[in-house]
Write a protein that binds this ligand. Structure first.
Ligand code: ADP
Ligand code: MG
Length: 719
């Protein structure tokens, strides 16, 4: 039986990061920039890779310019001298069976007493060879006592300005010790843990930060995958138990040809089928509709949504359309406002950026029934907007689960009816996964693109193409096209880490490789492009840390063609329609899931202009190359999603805990999970919920809290 002091645990978990030794205001700020606010956050700040210091090389086998591990015996007593340029340099010689190296440190006189002749230390650093003279500057060092006394794997943390690896490691060490003192809760049922041969939570946390062996690390990785899927499965199962009920709005047959004629194009077979299914759910329904419309980028979901709205409005009901961003809401308003306006329906757009008076007025009109269709963002329409006769709610959402479960919930509908709900997913979800994630929804699939869609020619290149790529960007802009450049990071302030690194491939296999990561980050890359490469073009910047309004303003200027080049993070992933955009460049493409790359690629080729997609990768190993090659040859979003699912597992479709966005390519191994594991944990979740539907039993108390976090504190989700 492990000790567990709940009070102490809770207090520690929520203590501010600044309560740790040596973390003052400045460092606390630096931690916060990484999303680490509390001691508990730091516990869950996992390494993104591990230096393999156990792979010791002989000096003669050292690779010049690369960080490697060497086991060396001190040969001469360190001596310190002050050079003419006033630099203080400490020097000594060390050797192994193959040769001798001169080691130097600057401004580190104290090291004189750290190294004694005859002692052995493990050094980690870059070797320089000049003939048969070897030198090493400022290597990291650890005293070596005997075989096995030093861990093989040293964690490499996501870091940032003002935070060195050493500092993070020290802070983590303190955190581990303090949690060891109070214990921590186990989320996983004992039976599941035993069946899957998983370590305890405490052991898993220690191992993920301080692995003593590869086996220990892998066990920890499996533990976190299982924990994540289990909590997620519980959250899902809990919502599925809450069947939609209530009286649906009464709707009669409608002549749909009026709408289809107004669309201006013949529907695809898939669109017709989906509209039939929706129509069948809405007209003469006994229960409110809850349906998922899944379709590839550009498959024409808007037309299907329009048909559903038409049925509702023709029957005298109101519709609400919720988009993930204001820009998307505005775009829907433009398309649907025109379409329905010409038929005499009243369409409103509710934007957060509008004046309070305008918002109040729109809400008043919705409540009074003076508006037939209200379009806005999710938050705007779920928060205090009441309707007179709401018949249909459509949510256009990102592929990550979350909003669907809340759509149409708690909506104040003055006529007391429960509106129909249609969820549109912005990316194709593999059928197998859709059934698990959205099991409570019926499924309509738009697995056919409208005719005449152009194929976006796709290229995978590495750094050696940089100059040609810049030339290509220039050509696109000169010809009147527009260019997206997507980066995986906002800012790159991490120290460059090189060497023999252990990574987990996205499917969870351990991969050892020499790494020279070159993270292209949005902020720095934009500055470099603007200053050095394209000083004559305006280059926009959009990333998730910008304020909503700021972000939207830049996007709007790109959409209107004022800005020819837009550097961004994946915030542009969903939705915005810029038909003039002709080139999509994704930097560090190896860090993205294929489904996401496909989504990004779908941002271009929406107009008549010939479009291209260039995936730039620098590193990631063979597995990454193989993965990216798929993008060159496959254009079917469902095929790509299925392939990605088998390769990476369903992790990409999960929300992060605490509403954090999943970090692509950060310690991916932890997050990747496999379908078998998901199915197994689903079964366990169902068993637990059958016994304790509200998770109020003592042993499920902590689990219930964690599940609630998945819903971002939304209490209603657990009802
Ligand atoms: P998505 O499914 O990505 O939301 P949209 O609904 O935005 O796709 O449709 C993409 C484009 O395809 C729009 O310009 C739309 O007018 C057009 N479109 C939709 N359906 C058809 C069709 N059946 N034939 C021709 N064009 C279509
Ligand atoms: Mg759309």
């Amino acid at each position: 039986m492990q000790i567990f002091h709940e009070e102490a645990y809770r207090k520690l978990n929520h203590s501010e990061i600044g309560t740790l030794h040596g973390i003052g205001v400045k460092r606390a700020e630096a931690f916060k920039r990484l999303g680490v606010y509390t001691v508990g956050d730091l516990l869950r700040h996992f390494p993104r890779a591990y230096q393999n210091r156990g792979n010791v090389r002989l000096l003669t086998e050292g690779i010049e310019g690369e960080s490697c591990s060497y086991l060396l015996t001190v040969g001469t007593q360190p001596r310190t001298a002050t050079l003419k340029n006033r630099k203080v340099i400490t020097k000594f010689r060390a050797f192994d069976e193959s040769g001798t190296v001169e080691i130097t440190y600057f401004n580190s006189r104290f090291l004189e007493s750290c190294f004694r002749v005859g002692e052995t230390h493990r050094f980690w650093g870059k070797l320089t060879k000049a003939g048969n003279r070897y030198t090493m500057a400022a290597p990291l060092h650890e005293a070596y006592v005997e075989e096995g006394s030093l861990p093989d794997f040293t964690p490499v943390y996501p870091a940032g300005a003002g935070l060195s690896q050493g500092l993070i490691a020290e802070a983590v060490e303190e955190v581990l010790a303090r949690f060891a003192a109070c214990g921590m809760p186990e989320y996983l049922p004992e039976a599941l843990r035993r069946e899957l041969f998983l370590p305890s939570a405490a052991a898993a946390y220690r191992a993920i930060h301080r692995p003593r062996s590869m086996a220990e690390l892998e066990a920890a990785r499996r533990y976190f995958a299982a924990e994540e899927t289990y909590l997620f499965a519980l959250a899902l199962t809990a919502t599925k138990h809450r069947k939609r009920s209530g009286t649906p709005p009464a709707m009669d047959e409608v002549d749909m040809t009026v709408l289809t004629d107004a669309l201006g194009f013949p529907l695809t077979g898939a669109q017709r089928r989906s509209i039939d299914e929706i129509y069948g759910d809405m007209v003469g329904a006994a229960l409110p509709m809850s349906r998922l419309l899944s379709g590839d980028v550009g498959s024409g979901k808007t037309a299907v949504a329009a048909a559903a709205l038409y049925v509702a409005m023709k029957n005298g009901y109101q519709g609400a359309l919720m988009a993930p961003t204001e820009i998307l809401a505005a775009q829907h308003y433009e398309t649907l406002g025109k379409l329905f306006g010409s038929m005499g329906f009243r369409v409103g757009l509710l934007l957060g950026s509008a004046t309070a008076a305008a918002k109040r007025n729109l809400r008043r009109m919705a409540e009074a029934g003076e508006i037939d269709l209200l379009i806005g963002t999710h938050s705007l329409l779920t928060e205090d907007t009441a309707f007179a006769r709401l018949g249909l709610v459509i949510t256009d959402e990102q592929h990550r689960f979350g909003v669907a479960q809340r759509a149409g919930l708690g909506k104040a509908n003055r006529d007391g009816k429960t509106p129909h709900v249609l969820v549109m997913s912005a990316t194709p979800i593999p059928r197998t996964l859709a059934l698990i994630l959205y099991g409570e929804l019926s499924l309509s699939m738009l697995d056919e693109l409208p005719p005449g869609r152009q194929r976006v020619d796709t290229f995978t290149v590495d750094e050696s193409y940089r100059a040609r790529l810049n030339g290509f960007i220039d050509k696109q802009v000169r010809e009147g096209g527009q260019v997206y450049i997507v980066c995986s990071a906002v800012e790159q302030k991490e120290e460059e880490l090189e060497g023999d690194l252990l990574h987990f491939t996205p499917d969870g296999r351990a991969e050892m490789r020499f790494d020279r990561p070159k993270l292209t980050s949005a902020v720095e890359y934009r500055s470099r492009l603007a200053a050095e490469i394209f000083p004559n073009y305006e280059i926009g910047l959009v990333h998730g840390r910008m304020k909503g309004a700021e972000k939207e303003a830049v996007m709007q200027r790109f959409a209107s063609g004022e800005i020819p080049i837009l550097v961004s993070t994946t915030v542009i992933e969903v939705g915005v329609n810029v038909p003039n955009a002709s080139l999509m460049i994704v930097e560090n493409a190896e860090r993205f899931g294929l489904a996401q790359l496909h989504q990004l690629r779908g941002r271009v080729g929406r107009g008549s202009r010939k479009a291209y997609c260039v995936l730039v990768s620098s590193g990631g190993g063979e597995s990454a190359k193989e993965r990216l090659a798929v993008m060159k040859n496959t254009y079917d979003g469902y095929k790509i999603a299925e392939y990605d699912l088998t390769l990476r597992g369903p992790g990409d479709y999960f929300p992060g805990r605490n509403g954090n966005a999943r970090q692509h390519g950060s310690f991916a191994g932890v997050m990747a999970t496999d379908m078998d594991l998901l199915k197994r944990t689903m079964t366990e979740a169902e068993r637990v919920l059958a016994e304790d539907p509200l998770l109020t039993a003592e042993e499920n108390r902590f689990t219930a809290e964690a599940v609630r976090e998945i819903f971002e504190g939304d209490e209603r989700a657990m009802q």
